[in-house]
Design a protein around this ligand. Structure first.
Ligand SMILES: O=c1ccn([C@@H]2O[C@H](COP(=O)(O)O)[C@@H](O)[C@H]2O)c(=O)[nH]1
Length: 273
């Protein structure tokens, strides 16, 4: 999917919501456990209930690979079930020496056909470049993450440039590919930094986790993070998919995603440049 197709979906749905499919078999409603593939059954009902209100789905790969081959099968079935006009993100946080990265890229882009993958930029250009060789596929680089440990390395200032490590990531990596190939992870919990981060990468999409259970502020993120093509995909996983853990889990997820979509509609009216 291209950035203009993504923006078209955002305008059509008046939403920049990404639903996180972090499906934990120990947390899904008990009545699903008797089905052949409880994880897929849960995801299927969540997708049916939420697809009209979101523009992206982000399965975190850890939740599937922890289940072994059966988990990979549930993941592939989920991916095949997602409507084709919805952007898909493999939250896998990969990145290795070039020849290994090339195989990660083939796994997620060719075998599974995800639109995008999250990548840790720590190993530098040759570890990221192999992911950029695929047409209409995206690399989503970790820039300033939502967790408290993000301060440990990402905020270290270079003695040479005076810039923080996450600022160096944002600046340097823009030389490796275009705004139609690279997005950045910026946590919603870092909302006070969105203005300066947007100034460093004015045109790129940001994937914004950390809203919902982690407490990030949607309005501040939207006010300072939005650009001419929205430029934001705000992710919520647990607050939507576990809105209820009973028979009504899908309708509760629908209600929660409608509520987020309605706020996003207002913010698109207010802040789209
Ligand atoms: O900085 C980051 C990068 C990735 N994540 C991932 O996003 C979701 C958040 O889930 P919630 O339930 O909405 O908190 C999860 O998959 C994380 O691994 C992140 O939170 N922060």
């Amino acid at each position: 999917m291209t950035s203009s197709q993504l923006f078209e979906q955002i305008r059509k749905k008046k939403s920049y919501l990404c639903v996180g499919l972090d499906t934990d078999i120990t947390k899904i409603p008990k009545h699903l456990l008797s089905s052949d593939d409880p994880v897929f059954e849960f995801n299927k009902q969540i997708i049916d209930a939420t697809h009209a209100y979101c523009v992206a789905y982000k399965p975190n790969i850890a939740f599937y690979e922890a289940l072994g081959p059966k988990g990979w099968e549930s993941l592939q079935k989920t991916l095949n079930y997602i409507p084709k006009d919805i952007f898909t993100i493999a939250d896998a946080k990969r990145g290795d020496i070039g020849n290994t990265s090339a195989l990660y890229a083939r796994a997620f882009f060719e075998q599974m056909n995800f639109d995008s993958i999250t990548v840790a930029p720590y190993m530098g250009e040759d570890s990221v470049k192999p992911f950029l060789q695929f047409q209409n596929k995206w690399v989503i680089l970790l820039a300033h993450t939502s967790n408290s440990g993000s301060a440990d390395f990402q905020l270290i200032e270079s003695k040479v440039t005076g810039r923080k490590l996450y600022e160096e990531v944002l600046l340097k990596s823009q030389e490796w590919g275009t705004k139609d190939q690279i997005m950045y992870v910026v946590g919603a919990t870092q909302s006070e930094k969105f203005k300066e981060i947007r100034d460093i990468a004015p045109e790129h999409f940001f994937l914004v986790p950390g809203y919902g259970v982690q407490g990030g502020d949607l309005q501040t993120v939207s006010k300072y993070g939005m650009n001419r093509t929205c430029g934001l995909l705000v992710n919520a996983a647990r607050s939507i998919i576990y809105a209820s853990n009973d028979h009504d889990f899908a309708s509760a997820a629908k209600k929660e995603s409608i509520s987020v979509q309605q706020q996003m509609e207002q913010y698109l009216d207010l802040y789209l440049k």
